[in-house]
Design a protein around this ligand. Structure first.
Ligand code: HEC
Ligand code: HEC
Ligand code: HEC
Ligand code: HEC
Ligand code: HEC
Ligand code: HEC
Length: 441
């Protein structure tokens, strides 16, 4: 064998190979150049590390998606990630503050300000002493919100727009490091991996072809060897294979089944239901900004089974004086003149087969409205926050300890429970809160 003769196909692959190698290496350079382009010193990764340790920058897509929804529901009216709205831009917050500060701040910022926390007081004064509302969010929910805001840093806004005041106050570390964050570099890594894979495949094909060419030159091959050598990859074989057909069929059937089960589970679920109301009444304005107590309007919520919807008379306590010229308020006057109720659209509605009592939960159990109804005080238009399924009721009954303090009625029951299995708390379900007849007539 004197020289290797390259066939046209091999030449084509060789050309492709060279192309991918050059593309691949320029990508690799791109990644290396990227951080310096963003002005990040080598220290930036070190700076990002404590934030990740705090659990805030976990790239977990589920947490980010949950944080996205929570952020839009609770925070978006006052905050954006990359610009100042009512409150500061949240970009770089994990670099400014540890999670151990962020969580209590979001739960109750005024408490932190009142405690004299230096940073809290500073930012409170900086934003004209506007009070950020308190949120009944769990630590995990707050962590997911921060994971979401961190993932949005630098998206859709020039870096220079990032809140000058708060961001630079703590050493300007906020802008740096943003571009180096999780999402982007993951993507680049993926692209590089794909390119490497393609290069590998092309290399293998080239090697195979060259070896074939070499073999072709040899005379000592018998018929079967030649057959193996000349074998061509045959797509129709894959297509005809029963195994492949069976697998594709099973996957298809499973996908259809999964979709229909998901669909069936959702039948009758009203979570997120947000009808348009006849008057543009805003809980955000009344319960949020003007801090009117829920029970001022929903007068029976602590006393009886149902929370009532206020009659127009209650509105008139204020609106006989306030905003009397507003067209929306005139609708209240019209209802009163015509002696017709305002036709509010009902949002929460359990089927008749279930029994639910507000006073049992709000007065006796001491549960906040927001636990079941979400951040009503931030809702412009009310929507159904919880699923209101049986599983939802039961889960909470299983997990929530019964409020037995100072209630003599429970003393013996608790004693009995503690001697039998003191390790588990005395929950609503320990007291029979998961018995069918408690909730079903
Ligand atoms: C009604 C408006 C409002 C809402 C809603 C709101 N905030 Fe704030 N937030 C503020 C204001 C104003 C400040 C500035 C401090 C102050 O004045 O108390 C602030 C400050 C902050 C800070 C400190 C920022 C920094 O740069 O140090 C964080 C973190 C924060 N908010 C997170 C949140 C999160 C998370 C939510 C949603 C769960 C939320 N906020 C909802 C108004 C709001
Ligand atoms: C100024 C009176 C007023 C105050 C204060 C008020 N609400 Fe309401 N609420 C209404 C009116 C009117 C409706 C019916 C229209 C609507 O759905 O927006 C309503 C509807 C609701 C609904 C939906 C009812 C349904 O149809 O299922 C819930 C839940 C609710 N309020 C909870 C609260 C909570 C929690 C608070 C306190 C944070 C509160 N409200 C404070 C007047 C008030
Ligand atoms: C405790 C006092 C109080 C009660 C009760 C009350 N409101 Fe209001 N309402 C206010 C205040 C304060 C404003 C804000 C006025 C402003 O923006 O200057 C307002 C604003 C409004 C607006 C916005 C008007 C506009 O055009 O900007 C509507 C609509 C409204 N209320 C409807 C209602 C309805 C319906 C009820 C009865 C279910 C009700 N309010 C009960 C105090 C009250
Ligand atoms: C344990 C969960 C839970 C808590 C806590 C709770 N609610 Fe409800 N709320 C519900 C459910 C479930 C319904 C639907 C009831 C039905 O259809 O019979 C409802 C319905 C309502 C309605 C519509 C009218 C009605 O009674 O059907 C209003 C208004 C309301 N809630 C206000 C409040 C207010 C205000 C608070 C706090 C003081 C509160 N809720 C606390 C679960 C809760
Ligand atoms: C956020 C938690 C939570 C949710 C959600 C919840 N409950 Fe409860 N429920 C409680 C607590 C706590 C008590 C015990 C109150 C007490 O007696 O101290 C209770 C008590 C009850 C009781 C009385 C039980 C007894 O032993 O006498 C009934 C009935 C009940 N709930 C029905 C429901 C129904 C129906 C739903 C769903 C629509 C529901 N609950 C959703 C927390 C919850
Ligand atoms: C804590 C309250 C609670 C307890 C305890 C409870 N349920 Fe329910 N159940 C509900 C609620 C609320 C619904 C309505 C849910 C919905 O509309 O999705 C419901 C719905 C149902 C339905 C569906 C009815 C329909 O038409 O869709 C059945 C069946 C049912 N329950 C059976 C039971 C049985 C059997 C038990 C005892 C093992 C039980 N439930 C215990 C609250 C409860």
């Amino acid at each position: 064998m004197d020289s290797i003769r390259l066939r046209p196909l091999t030449r084509l692959f060789l050309a492709l190979f060279l192309f991918f190698v050059s593309v691949g290496s320029s990508f690799a350079q791109g990644t290396a150049a990227d951080p310096s382009k963003a002005g990040v010193a080598p220290g930036a990764t070190a700076a990002a590390a404590p934030a990740a340790a705090a659990g805030a920058t976990t790239g977990d897509p589920a947490a980010i998606a949950a944080g996205d929804a929570l952020f839009k529901g609770n925070c978006a009216q006052c905050h954006a990630v990359n610009e100042v709205v009512v409150g500061p831009a949240l970009a770089g917050i994990t670099k400014r503050r540890p999670m151990s500060w962020i969580i209590p701040w979001i739960k109750n910022s005024s408490k932190l300000v009142a405690s004299g926390d230096e940073y809290a007081v500073k930012i409170y004064n900086q934003y004209q002493k506007q009070q950020m509302p308190s949120f009944q969010l769990s630590d995990a929910e707050i962590t997911s919100i921060i994971a979401y805001t961190t993932s949005q840093e630098g998206v859709g806004a020039p870096a220079a727009k990032v809140d000058g005041g708060a961001a630079t106050a703590d050493g300007g570390g906020a802008v740096a490091g943003e571009e180096a964050d999780g999402g982007k570099s993951m993507n680049i890594l993926l692209i590089v991996l794909v390119v490497v894979l393609i290069v590998l495949v092309v290399t293998l094909v080239i090697i195979a072809n060259i070896m074939k060419d070499v073999l072709r030159g040899r005379k000592d091959l018998d018929g079967r060897d030649r057959e193996v050598m000349e074998q061509r990859f045959d797509f129709s074989k894959i297509y005809k294979s029963t195994a492949v057909r069976a697998i594709v069929g099973v996957v298809f059937v499973l996908a259809v089944l999964y979709e229909s089960v998901q669909g069936a589970m959702g039948v009758g679920l009203q979570q997120g239901y947000q009808p348009t109301q006849p008057i543009a009444f805003s809980h955000k304005l009344h319960a949020g900004e003007n801090q009117i107590n829920c029970a001022y309007c929903h007068t029976s919520v602590y006393k009886s089974k149902s929370a009532n919807i206020p009659s127009p008379n209650i509105c008139m306590n204020c609106h006989s004086q306030i905003k009397t010229e507003s067209p929306e308020i005139k609708k209240i006057y019209r209802a009163i003149e015509r002696k017709q109720p305002i036709q509010w659209v009902r949002i929460h509605n359990l089927p008749d087969l279930a029994y639910f009592n507000h006073s049992q939960h709000t007065q006796v159990g001491g549960i906040e409205c927001q636990t079941c109804h979400g951040p009503i005080q931030n809702m412009e238009v009310v929507y159904q926050y919880s699923p209101l399924t049986m599983g939802w009721c039961i889960n909470c009954h299983r997990e929530t300890p019964l409020n037995t303090k100072g209630n003599g009625y429970y003393d013996n029951l608790v004693k009995l429970h503690d001697t039998e299995n003191g390790a588990v708390p005395f929950t609503v379900s320990s007291n029979g809160g998961t018995e069918c007849s408690k909730c079903h007539y």
